[in-house]
Design a protein around this ligand. Structure first.
Ligand code: F6P
Length: 552
């Protein structure tokens, strides 16, 4: 029997929510991290959590054991465990689209026992593995051609262009960059997403049609941007003298017929129970498989599966995705923090913040609950960030001294994939130092006693000390990986997926639809002919005037 909203109360209608409000007023909002650490020498180990491939230090967050206790009550009262089971066993929890949500099925090994009771992933297991095997065999074939091309063969494929947007772009692009040390030498992967023709033009001018493979990646195979880019690529290919579309274009989609109508004969399919932003584990991962090879792709899946098992069975107090989701609710709804900054201290994770923006904000940027009732509390925070140390020289000023508190998520990787060990030590020292500085701050008295090299002659040193002080007590989480490998990256991404589910489930929303992107799409379709014709009848005055200017 599907579990739907009325089976469990929304988070704000529970006793635990009321208890959390009381706790926040009485202690929570005044918690001082420096005091908490000096009072409790066991705080760091108590708030350290081991999950597959990821260690999390949650101790620099604005919570204590009482907060955690109430948050775990909240999870129980909201029915988080039975709701999780409902998703993992394939109930149609994406109610507004009438679909199951089974991206976990994509990474379950062949014949794997179910994550929870019930049929779970079993009905799809053989089918998933049949497509996976075919997709990986194809990826290996492309890699073999790339090796031949590298060895001087005049015809082999050297360049792969993934044409897709949103979930059909961000996940593969992020992973390919993250695991670029696993790529074949000389291999070139390009990602084209934007309907802005500058995007594909920039890529095409570097390509040789005879040596290029285009992957048209689209769950629906109707997305305007992707179809426009695919047509532009096909036109360019023909103009370059290309004839063999079947060899140079493949598709990854649930809409096999539309791909065939486009002229594509090689298609790797997937299923409607895979959400776009959860699809990098499916055929949408083809560019990843071409980049890192079949064994490494399977390792990526294995890392995610290990995290799935942790999420499905670790007790709540040690369940990392669950704890992070609870923390997100604590920050968003009690502290009122409206954003969270992601600071990956690894250049390979440069696209992680962009990937997480879709994962989190498209999933949880909702303002009604499952029954369509307006929510009286905030949902998805703004998620943003840049790799460290670059962010330090841009917006960390605001994180340290701005008026808003922004929890920061540091991701540190112990062992680098290069030999510049002293630079890696510098990187890690910076990551640790930022978390420490955010928490410790610096008093005006400390600032007053420092030399102030920038002070203008005669400038009041007490005033200067106010500019140079740091309030501190700013929260952060540190996630630690041993190395950035296919397995650890798979686990990290699955951790984020389940964390987003957790906060979404507590808020009582459907994290798996995305109606909010539809209105703008429809309006763009309606405006396109008006841009050609100049017809502004019935448009608002602002849009009409802008349209006329663009046409003039
Ligand atoms: O516009 C939002 C969206 O539907 C995303 O959810 C999705 O990842 C993206 O567009 C691309 O969709 P498709 O893979 O069907 O082209």
């Amino acid at each position: 029997m599907p579990i739907t909203a009325p089976d469990f109360p929304r988070c704000d209608r529970t006793a635990a929510w009321a208890a959390l409000s009381g706790h926040f007023q009485a202690h929570g909002r005044d918690l001082d991290l420096r005091e908490a650490f000096s009072r409790d020498p066991g705080r760091a180990p108590a708030f350290g959590v081991e999950a597959p491939e990821v260690f999390a230090d949650l101790s620099k967050n604005l919570w204590d054991t009482a907060t955690l206790h109430f948050l775990l009550d909240l999870a129980r009262e909201c029915g988080l465990e039975p709701r999780r089971a409902a998703m993992l066993r394939g109930d149609p929890v994406n109610t507004t689209e009438g679909r199951a949500v089974l991206h976990t099925a994509l990474r379950a090994p062949l014949g794997a026992p179910p994550l929870v009771g019930g049929p779970g992933l079993a009905p799809f297991n053989a089918e998933v593995h049949a497509v996976l095997d075919a997709m990986l065999a194809y990826a290996e074939q492309v890699r073999a051609e790339q090796l031949q091309a590298g060895a001087g063969s005049p015809t082999g494929i050297t360049d792969i262009v993934n044409i897709g947007i949103g979930g059909s772009d961000l996940g593969p692009q992020m992973v390919v960059l993250g695991l670029d040390t696993y790529a074949l030498p000389g291999q070139r992967l390009h990602f084209v997403s934007n309907v802005d023709g500058h995007d594909i033009t920039r890529v095409l001018k570097r390509l040789d049609a005879r040596r290029t493979l285009f992957i048209v990646a689209s769950k629906t195979f109707t997305t305007q941007e992707t179809m426009a880019n695919a047509r532009a690529a096909r036109d360019w290919f023909v103009q370059q003298g290309g004839t063999d579309i079947a060899r140079h274009f493949v598709a990854t989609t649930t809409n096999v017929q539309a791909a065939a109508d486009f002229g594509i004969r090689t298609t790797f399919g997937f299923w409607d129970w895979v959400g776009g932003r959860y699809s990098l584990w499916s055929a949408i991962g083809l560019p990843i498989a071409i980049a890192i090879g079949a064994d490494n792709f399977r390792a990526l899946l294995a890392g995610a599966h290990a995290m799935d098992r942790h999420f499905a069975s670790a007790p709540p107090a040690q369940n990392l995705p669950l704890l992070l989701g609870l923390l997100d609710v604590w920050y968003r709804n009690f502290h009122g923090f409206a954003s969270r900054s992601i600071a990956p201290y690894h250049q390979g994770l440069a696209r992680l913040p962009a990937y997480l923006q879709q994962l989190e904000m498209e999933s949880n940027g909702k303002s009604v609950d499952l029954l369509g009732r307006a929510l009286p509390f905030g949902t998805s925070p703004v998620v943003w960030g840049e790799p460290g140390t670059n962010g330090q020289h841009a917006y960390f000023q605001m994180l340290h001294q701005g008026t808003d508190v922004v929890p920061v998520e540091f991701i540190l990787v112990k062992t680098p994939a290069h030999g510049l060990l002293e630079m890696h030590a510098m990187l890690l020292a910076n990551g640790l130092a930022q978390a420490q500085a955010l928490m410790q701050g610096k008093t005006a008295t400390e600032a007053r006693t420092e030399r102030a090299p920038t002070a203008a002659p005669g400038f009041d040193l007490d005033v200067l000390a106010q500019h140079r002080r740091f309030a501190g007590n700013r929260p952060s989480t540190t996630l630690l990986l041993d190395a950035l490998t296919p397995t650890s990256l798979g686990a990290l991404i699955a951790l984020y997926e389940h964390r987003v589910w957790t906060s979404g489930a507590l808020w009582g929303i459907n994290s798996f639809d995305q109606w909010g992107v539809e209105l703008g799409k429809a309006m763009a379709s309606a405006l396109l002919p008006r841009l050609h014709s100049g017809d502004t009848a019935g448009l608002d005055a602002s849009t009409a005037a802008l349209l006329q200017r663009l046409r003039s």
